[in-house]
Design a binder for this molecule. Structure first.
Ligand code: FE2
Length: 500
């Protein structure tokens, strides 16, 4: 770089970060997918309102210095105790497939640096690499720098964060959430960042998920408030599912889980498996785990998520009936990969149980790094294939419509030279779906359930609380009033009344 260009770069970057009111300078820039493959959702935050009649835009184009296209943004706001945040959203549409776009966001009162992203190819049979992890915080966020470096190297094309973000988005009046979003910006402004809620997104004082709901914009085909949704990438039909609507049913009632289930059933009726042969679900809490100290698993399973509870349908039968190939979860701060398993029947006896697998393969990838990382394993589940306490993240590589390849990458400072601590190839013949495959007794080993007590997920969240819990558990919901779990209606009203 010559001296004049270097000086210009330094001066322009100083200008970009200091000009105008710093509170109207765009921060937390990130992108996400929606249900239109030729679209990208772009979002950012400012900390003071724009002046009257000042509009916010995304300026974009196919080269760094031709950002000639404009897309106006809408905004919503939310206020923590002391801080009001203005969250902008712009949806770029009619984008060309397999094309890099450059963009900046903001207004005449503050404009961001130029970022870029690449759209996916057309169709449903292109290779893609997806980074998947859960439980990443600001404090002890061990994988944060490795993830940014890996993203910049091109090790993956998009990200799925399996809940428990920042620890917590709401902490210190939302400052921790702000720091988290700022730290991740180099990555999530350039790769689609898909999220799902974990228990740390639940705000006990508000009985809501307000920070989580307000800061992100997931596809709106589900509840429209980021709890559950679907998205298609290459030959995968993803299902983003809320385990937290189960966990906090004492506040919100059983209806949100029932609604989620209806959405999932309906969605799967519309999935053409010749186009999207792979169906992969993700949620925060696991259905199977071997964690030593776990609120959720006893007898190696979370009975609530697996089989349901007082009117809330479980997920496992849905996964089996609909041939859901893989389920990724976090919450347990470790890594654990399972053999195909359904209803405590584990399919591990064949030479390759992952070819034409007879049941769902579960992966816990919950140790990206947070203040309480490295959860110890207790007695190892008979369904579990491999376990690790290394910090790390998963990369799922869609090879084609019949082959998936997954690696678990250690980001642990104590790790050996090779960062790949586990790998898995999942294959299936065209048209194979285990939900309709023949199964005989020699195919599996059955480990019957031995603990029939009310699951700890319920006893921990419910028995210690109040009369309302006991009324629900006794089946008498008539006297119990519930809160809605989302806050979005108020935001929409404010947005409609904005100057934009
Ligand atoms: Fe969690």
């Amino acid at each position: 770089m010559n001296i004049i260009l270097f000086a210009f770069t330094v001066i322009s970057s100083i200008y970009l970060t200091t000009a105008g009111d710093p509170d109207t300078f765009p921060k937390h820039v990130h992108i996400s997918l929606n249900n239109d493959p030729q679209s990208m959702v772009i979002s950012w935050t400012i900390f003071a309102p724009l002046s009257a009649n000042v509009a916010a835009f995304v300026n974009f184009g196919k080269t760094f210095d031709t950002l000639t296209q404009k897309q106006q943004a809408t905004y919503s706001s939310f206020k923590t105790k002391k801080t009001k945040r203005y969250i902008f959203k712009a949806v770029l549409t009619n984008l060309e497939y397999d094309t890099r776009y450059f963009y900046s966001v903001g207004s005449t009162e503050g404009i961001s640096q130029v970022f870029s992203f690449k759209t996916f190819p057309s169709g449903s049979d292109y290779p893609v690499k997806i980074c998947i992890f859960g439980d990443l915080g600001v404090v002890n966020g061990v994988s944060l720098s490795p993830l940014i470096a890996a993203g910049q190297r091109g090790d993956f094309d998009m990200i799925i964060h399996l809940g428990d973000l920042a620890y917590d988005l709401r902490t210190d009046d939302g400052d921790v959430g702000d720091t988290f979003m700022e730290s991740l910006q180099p990555l999530i402004a350039t790769k689609p960042y898909m999220v799902i809620a974990g228990n740390h997104e639940f705000e006990k004082d508000q009985i809501s998920f307000e920070n989580y709901e307000s800061r992100f914009f997931m596809p709106e085909d589900g509840d429209g408030h980021n709890q559950y949704y679907s998205v298609q990438v290459s030959s995968i039909q993803f299902l983003g599912i809320s385990s937290e609507l189960y966990a906090y049913f004492t506040h919100f009632g059983t209806e949100p889980v029932e609604d989620q289930h209806k959405f999932l059933e309906k969605k799967m009726q519309s999935v053409d498996r010749s186009v999207h042969p792979w169906v992969i679900a993700y949620h925060h809490r696991p259905i199977y785990c071997s964690g030593k100290k776990s609120d959720d698993c006893s007898d190696f399973e979370s009975g609530v998520l697996k089989d349901g509870f007082i009117g809330m349908p479980g997920l496992e039968k849905f996964y089996y009936d609909n041939s859901v190939d893989m389920v990724f979860t976090g919450h347990q701060h470790n890594y654990e990969r399972y053999f195909p398993v359904y209803d405590r029947k584990v399919f591990k006896s064949s030479p390759n149980p992952y070819h034409n697998a007879k049941a769902t393969t579960y992966v816990i990838s919950g140790n990206a790094g947070c203040h309480s990382s490295g959860a110890a394993f207790g007695k190892i589940s008979p369904f579990s294939a491999i376990q690790s306490q290394d910090y790390g993240y998963s990369i799922l590589h869609v090879i084609n419509k019949t082959t998936l390849y997954m690696e678990q990458i250690s980001s642990d400072p104590k790790a050996s030279a090779s960062p790949v601590i586990d790998s898995l190839t999942l294959t299936k013949d065209p048209g194979f779906n285990f939900g309709s495959a023949e199964v005989n007794e020699n195919d599996y080993t059955y480990y019957p359930k031995t603990n029939f007590e009310v699951p700890p997920m319920i006893t921990n969240s419910c028995y210690s609380r109040d009369l309302r819990c006991r009324q629900m558990l006794s089946g008498d919901k008539s006297k119990v009033t519930f809160k809605k779990y989302f806050v979005g209606d108020e935001q929409e009203n404010e947005q409609n009344g904005s100057d934009l």
